[in-house]
Each structure stands twice: as C-alpha cells, then as structure tokens.
Design a protein around this ligand. Structure first.
Ligand SMILES: [Fe+2]
Length: 279
C-alpha cells in the first residue's frame, strides 16, 4: 500500500493509502486518536465496478433491509437502525440485529465481504486490534456493526460532532463498554453527481456535547469563517476521521443520483483489546 501524508488547508493532516499493494500504516488509528493526523483516506476498498455491483443491488432493493429515516428535512435514510435515533429501550433493536447481519452478508456476498474488505483493513490500521460489533447488555446481544445510508437530492447532515452520542439515552449501555475517543468511517459505494461533500472544520468540540437538532444552526454561524476541508469520496473509497472531536457536516447532495455509503462509529473496548463498532 503506498502512503502519503499531506496537510490540507493549513490544519488537516491526511494520510492517503492505496490498496491492495504496498505498506499498511499500522499506527494509523493511533496517530488519529492522538490527533497527529486528522484523517485516513483508503482508496480502492472496492473497485469502481464492485461498488457499482453493490449499488445496483441496493437500488433494486434486492435485499429486504429494515429502512429507517433521518429527520425528514435531511432527505435521507438508513438501511438498518442508527443508534442515535433509538430510544432508551433497545429491545426491538437487538431483536433485529441477526436479521440485519444476514442482510449485510447477502449484500456483500462472494468476495465482497465486509470482514476481508473493510474490517480487516481497519484492524491493520490499528496494529491488528480486531474490529467487531459492540457487545450488547446480554451475552447473546450485539449492536448493528454498520448501517448503510442513502442521501437523495438535497440530502444533507447539518453541522454536528459525534460526541453528541454521549447525551443520548440509547447510548447508556454502550458508553459503559467503550473507551473514547469515538472515531468513525465512511465507505462510499456511490457518489452523487455533485455536492454531498463531507466537510470537516478546524474546530474541536471540547465543551459539553451538543444535540445536533438543537445546536447546528448556532454552529453554522459560529463556524462560518473557520477553515475547513471538503472530501468528495469516490466509489470504493474509505475515510476515517475523528468525528467525536471535530465538527463536521454533509453538504447537500446535488442531482438525482443518490449518495450511498456504509458508515459506522467505533471506539476501543474498555479493556483495550478490541475495537467496537456500531452503525
Ligand atoms: Fe457525524
């Protein structure tokens, strides 16, 4: 894997890696946690044609994923259930996890499986510490390891920081098994025709976690002149950022092609032996 580190817009240190040949940055996620770098871009997790195969399966609704909605104004939905949108009672959420896992296995069938394409790459970027679904409150329960996201025309996510999860009742148990910081990844399966960039600001969220629905407008004004970087991910590209500490947003999708991504949050387990993911 070939590797380069570049500084973007005077603040954002980005490590770019290209699969499948070349060196892995096995300290990559440690550098990200220590904020010595601010993002890792891994190209060619899927080839363009593989990503297109996956997108076709999604567009044809070949697999009966549970569909859940972002707030209506965002023009977007999940395949699977996003923990941010759940209530404190996760009974039905955990009941649906095995079915969701079956759907993920079906979507990424054959040699496109997420374990070898995605989670093993993430583990390699973290000194081979494994990635797996965060365990639930009982021995047979797990969180959804990831969800898919579709943003249609005008779809967006306003400015927020993923530390907001700390204040949501649905995270009560998860908080007890992870060790911050919370990082996240976005794996792009289909970019929109234009727009839909991931924008990350040169501003840390060091204060009290904020709820996106209450604070995004205030932050939009506050960050109007802050430096930022914008990423237009290509099909098959993966980006990993410190989304629990840095404000970010998804700019509006333009055109009538959906933006399809696979996204999860993750953190080290409390015992530091694993990385726990949730979608
Ligand atoms: Fe986020």
């Amino acid at each position: 894997m070939s590797l380069s580190i570049k500084q973007l817009n005077g603040f954002f240190n980005l490590a770019t890696l290209t699969r499948p040949n070349g060196e892995l940055l096995s300290s990559g996620l440690s550098l990200l946690r220590r904020e010595e770098i601010n993002g890792i871009l891994v190209q060619n997790i899927f080839s363009t044609s593989e990503a297109s195969t996956l997108t076709n399966r999604l567009e044809q609704e070949e697999i009966p994923f549970v569909k859940t909605w972002f707030p209506q104004a965002f023009h977007a939905w999940f395949l699977g259930r996003n923990l941010n949108l759940e209530s404190e009672d996760l009974t039905s959420y955990f009941q649906q996890v095995p079915t969701h896992e079956g759907h993920l296995a079906d979507l990424f069938r054959g040699n496109l499986d997420l374990q070898s394409r995605l989670f093993s790459v993430l583990a390699d970027l973290d000194g081979h510490v494994p990635f797996r679904a965060a365990p639930g409150p009982t021995a047979d329960q797990r969180y959804m390891v990831t969800t898919l996201r579709a943003h249609k025309q005008s779809g967006f996510i306003p400015i927020h920081c993923d530390n907001e999860q700390a204040i949501r009742p649905s995270f009560l148990h998860l908080r007890s098994v992870i060790s911050p910081p919370i990082l996240s990844f976005v794996l792009c399966l289909q970019p929109p025709l234009s727009g839909g960039e991931l924008e990350i600001f040169a501003r840390r969220a060091d204060g009290i976690p904020m709820a996106v629905e209450k604070e995004s407008e205030r932050m939009r004004v506050e960050l109007a002149d802050a430096p930022s970087v914008k990423f237009s991910l290509s099909a098959g590209e993966l980006i990993i950022i410190n989304s629990g500490k840095y404000y970010h947003q998804l700019l509006p999708v333009e055109g009538n092609r959906k933006r399809w991504t696979v996204c999860s949050f993750f953190a080290r387990s409390s015992d530091d032996k694993s990385n726990y993911c949730w979608g």
